[in-house]
Design a protein around this ligand. Structure first.
Ligand code: NI
Length: 176
């Protein structure tokens, strides 16, 4: 068995073979904790963006759109300040203590989503929303599709996309 001192306490030892932490108690006994890996950890990055949209179907009358979509059907557009919260899950890398570097996740969010939607019109300007009704639900599923491949490349998995559109309303998508 290879043992190596770790920094959190002088009486703790990390066993690289079993991937377990053992801690020596004051009376000399050892306790062994569960492996550092094989634990599913969830990490979260939050970003914000502002965007315009309009919820309306061209095959519906203005009255029907107004009845279904309320103020979001306003013909001359309106905007929201959105909070985008992305949660990623995976096992901790024992070398770093990280599931993934959250600044790497932030860079993916910026290039794949925020740069495309911030101060844009979701109906007209955003490639991944072309031809789609920009409800918060649709936006969440399309953002999932934008992020999934790059998050997987970090060695972890997307867990959820949460979009807060107003103080009262938010949507969560878990990928199924
Ligand atoms: Ni709206």
């Amino acid at each position: 068995m290879v043992q190596s001192s770790i920094t959190m306490t002088q009486t703790s030892y990390f066993d690289f073979e079993s991937n377990k932490v053992s801690q020596k108690l004051s009376f000399g006994a050892f306790v062994t904790f569960a492996p550092l890996t094989n634990r599913m950890i969830y990490i979260t990055r939050k970003e914000t963006f502002s965007a315009a949209h309009k919820l309306s179907r061209q095959d519906w009358s203005e009255e029907k759109n107004r009845e279904m979509f309320g103020k979001c059907a306003n013909p001359n557009w309106h905007g929201h300040n959105y909070d985008l919260t992305v949660t990623v899950k995976g096992e901790m890398n024992p070398d770093t203590g990280f599931v993934a570097n959250l600044s790497d996740i932030g860079k993916i969010l910026k290039s794949k989503v925020i740069d495309k939607v911030d101060h844009r019109n979701l109906n007209m300007d955003v490639d991944f929303m072309q031809g789609k009704l920009p409800s918060t639900e649709v936006l969440a599923t399309e953002i999932w599709n934008q992020l999934e491949k790059d998050i997987n490349a970090l060695g972890c998995k997307l867990h959820s996309i949460k979009i807060q559109e107003t103080d009262k309303n938010y949507v969560e998508y878990f990928g199924n």
